[in-house]
Design a protein around this ligand. Structure first.
Ligand SMILES: [Zn+2]
Length: 435
């Protein structure tokens, strides 16, 4: 479906060799943990991953051209992939954002990028709100953040989930995003052809559609119909004419999920109300579910009125049950948080929710690494700690098998390595040798 090779921003640049030694390795492929492991990284690529070798690297160490990091007592995991974030959604109040200069938006997003990377997310997919400029700035080393795939803008009908306008036509602060194209409002097939071709021309890595309404948008309702099955089919054809890209659909209702899957999307976001029939269809088609439990289960504001609170409670129960049944049936699941709606930098909280929904910790970790990489078309280069792949690594003192919920706590991630470079280091001063 995605014939053209997916972009891999952030190319390895560090030519040196580093050996990470002594940690317990979880390689992300689903195999059992390897105690007292060794991972050798050269020129940003993993050259060895497995049990500690007796003498390897010692010669280089003696010469001083190999750096060694002793990680006894720690866990070493692949860098995480969050396939559903909104890095342009930042915490400042909407009224203030309305008065921002473009630069303030950019720097606020830079903070969100940093928080996401520090949390252990070395690759992220932004599903509405970022131009490819962010991807390119990170790729070029001008900014620090997860390597990015961007949807640029989500497609929906006028008055649908992608439409930020209030009834009087005004735009709330969060919807004013300098440098962004018009929101992706499409009603006719002609609109869709033009919008999809423009997104591809801009360099979108993924096309996102809203197949149903949503909760956060001003004038629609989650039960509303968005992009239809026939329209998804048209988008599939347009995308495949241009080398292929993944298509993903925001869905709140079962009917919208089924329509999107039939139309040919690669993944569905949320899917809080999947019927067993739709789950079977997803299994048949290999459609990935991104259950975004972090946003479903987020804390409700104390000001929420009792009716809305009850409705949210119902949605939570239904959504968790939906994810549970999909997971039990074996639907491939990728980690996505909707960060932006929930705070940036707590991405790994989703792992605990996936365990709550029935995954064992190893499977949850795989959802957060290899399955996400596969959904982005990057699994031959990312998503697990095996020789030949790009060295994206996370080191933590938290035992992910015993206390997966601890991974999202502040300071839980000691070290983040992206393309072989240490980009986050909370381990304190460790004398590097030979660099
Ligand atoms: Zn979202």
């Amino acid at each position: 479906m995605t014939a053209r090779a997916a972009r891999l921003p952030v190319t390895p640049a560090d030519a040196g060799t580093t050996i990470f030694r002594g940690a317990t390795l979880i390689d992300g492929e689903g195999g059992p943990p390897v105690a007292d492991a060794e991972v050798e990284v050269r020129a940003g690529v993993i050259r060895y991953a497995g049990p500690r070798r007796s003498t390897a690297g010692d010669a280089g160490e003696a010469r001083g051209d190999v750096r060694v990091r002793e990680l006894k007592g720690a866990w070493l995991l692949p860098g995480f992939v969050d396939v559903h974030v909104h890095l342009a959604m930042v915490p400042a109040p909407a009224e203030r954002q309305r008065e921002w200069f473009a630069e303030e938006s950019v720097f606020a997003t830079a903070e969100a990028l940093r928080a996401t990377l520090d949390a252990g997310v070395t690759t992220a997919r932004d599903l509405d709100g970022l131009t490819p400029g962010y991807r390119r700035a990170i790729e070029a080393g001008m900014a620090v953040g997860p390597r990015l795939h961007v949807a640029v803008a989500m497609l929906s009908p006028t008055g649908g989930h992608a439409d930020p306008h209030a009834p009087n036509g005004s735009l709330p602060g969060w919807a004013v995003r300098p440098g962004m194209p018009e929101p992706g409002l499409v009603d006719t097939d002609d609109d869709i052809v033009r919008a999809v071709r423009r997104l591809l021309r801009m360099g979108a890595d993924v096309i996102k559609v809203a197949a149903s309404g949503g909760s956060g948008s001003p004038t629609d309702d989650p039960d509303d119909v968005g992009i239809t099955e026939d329209q998804v089919r048209l988008i599939r054809r347009l995308v495949d004419e241009r080398g292929g890209r993944p298509i993903t659909a925001h869905v709140q209702t079962d009917a919208s999920a089924r329509a999107a899957v039939r139309g040919g999307v690669d993944s569905i976001e949320h899917g809080y109300d999947l019927s067993d029939e739709t789950i079977d269809l997803m299994l048949e088609r290999g459609t990935v579910l991104v259950p975004t439990l972090s946003v479903l289960m987020r804390e409700m504001p104390s000001t929420l009125d009792p009716d809305r609170r009850q409705a949210r409670e119902r949605m939570r129960r239904r959504g968790l049950d939906s994810a549970r049944r999909a997971i039990a049936a074996g639907v491939p699941v990728a980690l996505g948080t909707d960060a932006g709606v929930v705070p940036h930098g707590a991405n790994l909280r989703e792992l605990a929710w996936l365990v709550e929904a029935g995954m064992d910790p190893l499977r949850a970790l795989r959802a957060g690494t290899l399955t996400g990489a596969r959904l982005l078309g990057l699994d031959s280069q990312l998503g697990s700690v095996v020789p030949g792949k790009i060295a994206d690594l996370v080191v933590t003192r938290v035992d992910p098998l015993a206390e997966i919920g601890g991974l999202c706590q502040p300071g839980a991630i000691d070290l983040v390595v992206q393309s072989g470079r240490v980009v986050t280091d909370r381990t304190g001063p460790i004398a590097p040798s030979g660099h």
